[in-house]
Design a protein around this ligand. Structure first.
Ligand code: PGA
Length: 307
């Protein structure tokens, strides 16, 4: 990947053929398994592995992020802020909340959400400033109160944003003092072709190559299978856990594993108040990125309470 930290130990990759040859092959806790190897272990009743002690997010900060997309005017956003404050008055969630409204509402939400949620933007310019009509640079978003920004959301990738653009935006966000939440994930076709891990690795490598450790560990990851967004379809828990582990394993090819353990990796795609507790308890899951169910303060508060 061309990282600045070349001395990282490689993860052990275990294939189905390895398991067939040596049925009692020891599985290191951080082993990387191919999908066929996982299927084989599943048949043998050995997959998913037991949750490690302290496995909820492996020490990474826990975050639940609301992505409002193109919803809510300023008065509607303010009503949400009042509602969320009321909902959270009687409970203290363990996860931090981040609300990503349309950029027009950022500055208005700063006061009303203080102490309740941080603010995030949904996109950022790859440029710091200049002749880029219509683009909002990191400094504008920070100015309006944002601390986070989504990068590479599937709806932006569908609108033509490629890995190179995501890479430039992650760098612009970091330069400008924002925490990027980098979204990665496969399409239904890629999943059906068994290419999920390959696709996710490629998206991560494109962005992280050349980042130094200090910047790399400021990025939050969100695994969002594109076919699960807004569809009500959620992958099997074990498949989510496997991709979250894979994402960390990809980063651990270049960065110290203990630093990688502290990178939050969220799950996103049709998270709601009914499935949140199960998804948020998956090994390695640090939180959730929530679209539709984040528009209602009571539902969002319930998801936060599950984290
Ligand atoms: P959803 O959206 O929760 O409505 O599926 C998730 C997202 O777009 O980040």
């Amino acid at each position: 990947m061309g990282y600045n930290a070349p001395s990282m130990a490689r993860k052990t990759l275990i294939t189905a053929r390895d398991l067939e040859r040596r049925p009692a092959l020891p599985l290191p806790a951080d082993a990387l398994l191919t999908p066929l190897a996982r299927d084989l272990l599943r048949k043998r009743g050995l997959w998913p592995p037991p949750v490690r002690a302290g496995g909820r997010g492996c020490g990474a900060p826990r975050l639940v992020v609301a992505n409002w997309k193109s919803h809510k005017t300023i008065p509607e956003a303010l009503a949400f802020a009042r509602g969320l404050r009321e909902e959270l008055a009687s409970r203290r969630p363990r996860a931090g909340a981040v609300v990503c409204p349309p950029a027009t509402a950022l500055a208005n939400l700063r006061g009303p959400l203080r102490g309740v949620a941080e603010l995030g933007a949904q996109d950022v310019s790859a440029h710091d400033e200049g002749a880029h009509t219509g683009e909002l640079a990191a400094r504008h978003l920070v100015d309006a109160g944002a601390r986070y920004v989504l990068v590479g959301h599937s709806e932006r990738r569908a609108a033509g944003e490629d890995d190179a653009r995501c890479r430039a935006k992650v760098r612009a966000a970091l330069r400008g003092g924002l925490t990027p939440i980098l979204c990665v994930g496969e399409t239904a076709g890629e999943r059906d072709a068994g290419r999920t891990e390959h696709v996710v690795a490629g998206q991560l490598e494109a962005v992280f190559a050349g980042l130094d450790l200090a910047r790399a560990t400021r990025v939050v990851l969100a695994y969002e299978p594109r076919w699960a967004i807004g569809t009500g379809r959620v992958p099997q828990g074990e498949d989510v856990a496997a991709v979250l582990a894979h994402a960390r394993a990809v980063l651990a090819r270049a960065f110290p594993p203990d630093a990688v353990e502290r990178v939050p990796v969220l799950y996103g795609g049709s998270v709601n108040e009914r499935n949140a507790a199960r998804l948020l308890a998956l090994p390695g899951c640090s939180g959730a990125l929530v679209g539709g169910a984040s528009l209602d303060p009571a539902r969002f508060a319930q998801i936060l309470a599950s984290a």
